[in-house]
Design a protein around this ligand. Structure first.
Ligand SMILES: [Zn+2]
Length: 328
C-alpha cells in the first residue's frame, strides 16, 4: 500500500488536542477503495497514538502496553502499532483505536514504576487513588480521561516467571467469550479479591465496556512479543474472525495469596504460572519448616525470592472449561 502523507492539522476532540496526519490509500488495492480515510493520528498526549476511521458511529477501542516499565515486550508491540503502514491495520475492524504506551517514564528506566512501590496499574480503582504529583498519579489521571467511553480495552503485560499466554478478566460470560475470541485458552478470574479492582481493565468494566488484561509471556522473551502481537491482531479483527473454531477456555479462580513465611524460602520443584500442586504436597521449605498444599491448587506468580510477608505465590482453583458460543 502506498501512503501519501498529505497534510497535518489540529483538531479538538474530547478536550484533547491531537496532531493529525492524514494518509490516503492510493489505488484501492488494499483496504477500502477510493476513500480518503483510515487516518492515523498522533495524539499530543505522551505515548498515545490514535487511529481514526471515518464512520462517526464507530466504536472506540484501546490497546495498552508497557504499563509496567520492566515489561517491554508489550511496549514493543505498541511501538510497532504506531506505524500507520503496519500490516495489522489493513484488516482492522472499522473502529477508532487508541494505541497507548502505559508508563513511558518507567519504560525509560526499565523498572516497574518510576520509583520503588509505584504501580500505575493499581491506580484505576473506584476511589481516587491517583492523587499526588508522582508521574504515575499524573499518568493515571491522563489515562482515566483518555479511555472514557471505550467499548473494549486490552492491556498487555508480562510476568517474571514462566507462563503460558493467559487472560486476567472479570468473571462474566462476555469477558470469557472475548478471551476465547482472542485465541487465549486460560482465563484467571477473581484477581480483585487479592488486588482490588484497580487495574485499567477494571476501570473500563466499571464504565460499561469490556477490559481485558493479558499476560503474553515471560518478560524479555521473543514469545512474549509474538503472543502479544497475535492477540492484538485478533482484538482488532473481531468482526471478521470465525466463531465456529473457538477453543474452550480453562477458568482459574484466584483463591488466596500465600505469604512468604520467613527467611530461606525454596520451592521443592520448578514452579511457573499454572503449575499444579496436589493436596498435601510439600511444595516449599524455609528455615522454620515446610509449606504444604491445602488442596489441589493451580499456582500463579510463584517467587521464592520475596521478603517474608510478601506473596510468594497465588493459589487458584481450576473451575473447568468455559465453552464459547458460536454466535455473535
Ligand atoms: Zn505488568
Amino acid at each position: 500500500m502506498e501512503i501519501l502523507r498529505e497534510h497535518a492539522r489540529w483538531v479538538q476532540d474530547d478536550e484533547l488536542c491531537f496532531g493529525v496526519l492524514f494518509s490516503r490509500d492510493v489505488g484501492g488495492v488494499h483496504g477500502v477503495e477510493g476513500r480518503l480515510e483510515r487516518a492515523f493520528m498522533e495524539v499530543e498526549l505522551q505515548g498515545v497514538w490514535r487511529r481514526r476511521v471515518e464512520r462517526s458511529d464507530a466504536e472506540r477501542v484501546v490497546v495498552v502496553g508497557g504499563m509496567h516499565g520492566d515489561e517491554r515486550m508489550g511496549a514493543a508491540v505498541i511501538q510497532e502499532l504506531q506505524d500507520a503502514t503496519h500490516a495489522i491495520w489493513e484488516a482492522s475492524d472499522p473502529v477508532h483505536v487508541d494505541v497507548v504506551l502505559g508508563n513511558p517514564m518507567a519504560l525509560e528506566v526499565s523498572s516497574r514504576g518510576t520509583s520503588s512501590g509505584r504501580d500505575l496499574n493499581r491506580m484505576f480503582g473506584p476511589e481516587t487513588v491517583a492523587e499526588g504529583e508522582s508521574f504515575e498519579s499524573l499518568r493515571a489521571r491522563e489515562l482515566r480521561t483518555l479511555v472514557e467511553g471505550a467499548a473494549r480495552l486490552i492491556d498487555l503485560h508480562q510476568t517474571h516467571c514462566d507462563t503460558p499466554p493467559l487472560a486476567v478478566v472479570s468473571d462474566t460470560p462476555a469477558h470469557l467469550q472475548l478471551v476465547a475470541r482472542l485465541g487465549l485458552e486460560i482465563a484467571v478470574v477473581g484477581t480483585d479479591r487479592v488486588y482490588g479492582a484497580c487495574m485499567i481493565a477494571d476501570l473500563i468494566n466499571r464504565l460499561g465496556g469490556i477490559g481485558i488484561t493479558v499476560e503474553t509471556g515471560r518478560a524479555e522473551t521473543p514469545e512474549a512479543f509474538t503472543n502479544g502481537r497475535d492477540v492484538v491482531q485478533r482484538f482488532l479483527t473481531l468482526d471478521s474472525s470465525p466463531l465456529e473454531s473457538l477453543k474452550p477456555v480453562r477458568v482459574l479462580e484466584l483463591a488466596e495469596a500465600v505469604p512468604c513465611p520467613g527467611p530461606g524460602l525454596r520451592f521443592r520443584k520448578a514452579l511457573g504460572n499454572t503449575s499444579r500442586l496436589k493436596a498435601g504436597e510439600v511444595w516449599a521449605e524455609w528455615e522454620g519448616g515446610e509449606l504444604v498444599a491445602p488442596r489441589d491448587v493451580v499456582v500463579l506468580l510463584p517467587h521464592d525470592d520475596v521478603a517474608p510477608g510478601r506473596a510468594c505465590a497465588l493459589f487458584a482453583t481450576d473451575r473447568g472449561l468455559f465453552h464459547p458460543e458460536a454466535s455473535r
